[in-house]
Design a protein around this ligand. Structure first.
Ligand code: CUA
Length: 356
């Protein structure tokens, strides 16, 4: 069968369109850790529903306009042998059609606008009469602190929340503009210097959710991740209790860990990182209970001994531009030194029966 020439001309654009649909497919998979199509809390669900409503309205407009356009292109196309004067009958002005199109457009905009305004109010109103936990999240180039003012907890890069509880998050930044985003729990909100933005969210199920800085903030912006751990009330309370305890001290027989503790103090780590009981600076994440963390380098890598070793000996290769690189270069750490530091950091875990 011969393909009409106007269709064969469309082959390239149709191919590009098909390819882009195929490529965006991966992000649509619900299993993707940062998929917004897999809402796990009321705020994300509200935003997802608004997205779907808008999608259906614009899909309707697309189908109607494209059908009319396609009809006109096929029905009135030039045919071989047509002469210039063989153009279709020309008309101008049709009040019923014009007013009708305006009325339908207004109606469609109202269908989108009313739920949008309702949604905007919903996501800026923490539900009243229910328990609220307040957390202050601060963005740094390129990591996060999470403070729990009512619980006395300060931690980095992994934010624990109790499941089924409304969380109000104050959004702050220590340097440039960042954006706080946990795709499965709520849409992104910027952290802007000298501006007290906030958001609320709730996780409807237990689990670990991926967070990501969503505003370009320097060369390692894409490496600025975090995790939200939604835990049962019991597990959350136990976590708070551990967080409020001093750091675990290595036992006498843990010689590697003890040597690592010594290095932590003498090799300058302590100038930027705090460990309760040892003290330290606040330029980098608090490491008091580092051994409990699931990730290293702000959500970038699973916290295995190998990754921690890589991170300490060559942070630049993992997170270009980070502040730790220079400090590490000055210290001339041997591989054995790094092993000791890794052993110590992994031992900072108050949970019982952990394989460290
Ligand atoms: Cu912080 Cu992008």
């Amino acid at each position: 069968m011969r393909i009409p020439s106007f269709i064969s001309k469309l082959k390239a654009p149709l191919g590009v369109a098909a390819a882009s649909v195929f490529m965006t497919g991966c992000a649509v998979f619900k299993s993707a850790p940062q998929s917004t199509f897999d809402a796990k809390g009321p705020v994300a669900l509200d935003q997802l529903n608004l997205f779907y409503l808008t999608l259906w309205v614009v899909a309707f407009i697309f189908v109607v306009v494209a059908s009319v356009l396609l009809y006109a292109v096929i029905r009135f196309r030039a045919r071989p042998g047509d002469k210039d004067e063989d153009i279709p009958a020309q008309t101008h002005g049709n009040p019923v059609l014009e007013i009708g199109v305006i009325a339908v457009s207004v109606l469609l905009l109202v269908i989108i606008a009313v739920p949008t305004v309702r949604s905007a109010i919903y996501i800026y109103t923490v539900p009243e009469g229910e328990e609220v936990l307040e957390i202050t999240a601060t963005g740094y180039q390129w990591w996060w602190t999470f403070e729990y003012p009512d619980l006395g907890v300060v931690t980095g890069n992994e934010m624990w929340i109790p499941v089924d509880t409304n969380i109000k998050i104050n959004l702050r930044t220590q340097d440039v503009i960042h954006s706080f985003w946990v795709p499965k729990l709520a849409g992104k909100v910027d952290m802007i210097p000298n501006r007290n933005n906030w958001m609320w969210l709730r996780a409807d199920e237990e689990g670990m959710f991926y967070g990501q800085c969503a505003e370009f903030c320097g060369e390692s912006h894409a490496n600025m991740l975090f995790r939200v751990i939604s835990a049962s009330a019991e597990d959350f309370d136990a976590w708070v209790e551990r967080q409020n305890s001093p750091a675990r001290e290595p036992a006498e027989q843990e010689s590697l860990e003890l040597a690592g503790r010594q290095l932590f103090q003498t090799k300058g780590c302590v100038q930027c990182h705090n460990i309760d009981g040892i003290g330290g600076g606040m330029l980098g994440p608090d490491l008091t209970h580092f051994g409990e963390r699931y990730t290293v380098a702000a959500g970038l890598l699973p916290s295995t001994r190998e990754n921690l070793h890589r991170w300490i000996i060559d942070p630049e290769s993992i997170k270009p531009g980070n502040l730790m690189t220079e400090g590490i270069l000055e210290q001339n750490l041997t591989t054995e030194d790094v092993d000791r530091l890794v052993a110590y950091l992994k031992s900072l875990d108050l949970r019982e029966n952990q394989s460290r």
